[in-house]
Design a protein around this ligand. Structure first.
Ligand code: UDP
Ligand code: MG
Length: 321
């Protein structure tokens, strides 16, 4: 049987052909500086439409430490990352983005932090974010704070998936079967000792963000529904308040009728119809978000499908199904 490497670096890639060579050389340098030759790099091609897979195959042919996994289509960042985490085999696992916004050279210091604090997870916290739009920074800052308020699991603020984990933390994480995956939250849920590691986020090496607004909203909804039932509680609170208000309204209406002054009131009538309609749709939509996810989970489909593998894979090798 092959031996597990000391370190696996897992990197999901979607249309990153311009980043891959630089990524490979910087990650290899950082890994070598940290653990010598005893590492593997796991690249996951998440159905890229550019030449990412060709580049990965070429890189893997020239580097026995590089494993490239080609998913059957674009499954999305969190599922691509899950595929890599499933298939990697190291004792320690570093998760990093392909665009080099997170410097791989921090690995040595992250490992030192892991050892000195006896931690199972060292998660990188963004002190500064270069090269990202004001809109993204504001929405992200708001989102993480709101999430923190409504979740029962404390999820660290301003933290992406860039983190170093031990094998036991990863194995615990891999036991969570859900389809709608908010990985940074799931890792937090797993527990063990988790410590922050502040760093400055850089600009993308090349290309542009693969998270347009639509994907960001979906990601945020996965996070909220995956980690909190606060919106459902909110729905029942709104229902309760509206019930109270409508009781008052009933008294008012009956009193008006008894006094024979029931006809005027188009404005108030319309207000009630419009407001109630809107609140009902909103609450229904919220319930729908949960219901839809329940439906997706109930199908128990595999999380991802692997099409091809280049290089030596020895991880769980379940290939997702
Ligand atoms: N990514 C992916 N599949 C997708 C979208 C993104 O594998 O459908 C990868 C992408 O290649 C990158 C990481 O996920 O390595 C984070 O994406 P990106 O850098 O575009 O997000 P941002 O940093 O702008 O939030
Ligand atoms: Mg990025």
């Amino acid at each position: 049987m092959q031996k597990r490497p000391k370190l696996s670096v897992v990197i999901p890639c979607y249309n990153e052909e311009q980043c891959l060579e630089m990524l490979h050389s910087r990650v290899s340098g950082a890994a070598r500086a940290a653990v010598g030759d005893d590492y593997e790099i796991v690249l996951i091609n998440d159905g890229s439409r550019d030449k990412s897979w060709e580049v990965m195959q070429r890189l893997s042919a020239g580097d026995p430490r590089l494993v490239a996994i080609n998913l059957s289509r674009n499954h999305g960042h969190q599922l691509a990352l899950t595929a890599g985490l499933d298939l990697c085999s190291g004792d320690e696992i570093l998760i990093i983005d392909a665009d080099l916004q997170d410097p791989p050279e921090l690995l040595t210091d992250m490992r030192a932090a892991m050892r000195s604090q006896g931690a199972d997870v060292v998660y990188a916290v963004r002190r500064k974010r270069d090269g990202e739009t004001i809109f993204k920074k504001i929405t992200a800052a708001f989102f993480y704070r709101m999430l923190d308020k409504i979740t029962d699991t404390p999820i660290p603020l301003d933290t992406g998936d860039f983190r170093l984990m031990t094998r036991r933390a990863l194995d615990a994480f891999l036991s969570l079967p859900e389809q709608a995956r908010f990985i940074r939250g799931m890792v937090a849920w797993v527990g063990f000792k988790q410590v922050p590691f502040p760093y400055d986020r850089h600009e993308r090496h090349a290309g542009e963000t693969k998270y347009p607004l639509g994907k960001m909203i979906r990601f945020a909804l996965d996070a909220i529904t995956g980690f909190s039932t606060a919106p459902l509680r909110f729905a029942s609170h709104v229902g309760l308040i509206l019930t109270g208000l409508s009781a008052l309204l009933v008294l008012y209406i009956v009193a008006g009728w008894l006094m024979g002054a029931a006809i005027p009131g188009w404005t108030s009538l319309m207000l009630v119809v419009v407001v109630l309609g809107a609140v009902q749709m909103f609450v229904l939509g919220m319930i729908g978000e949960y219901l839809g996810r329940l439906y997706v989970e109930s199908k128990r489909r595999p999380l991802y499908i692997v099409a091809d593998v280049a290089g030596p894979v020895m991880g769980h090798a379940s290939l997702g199904y």
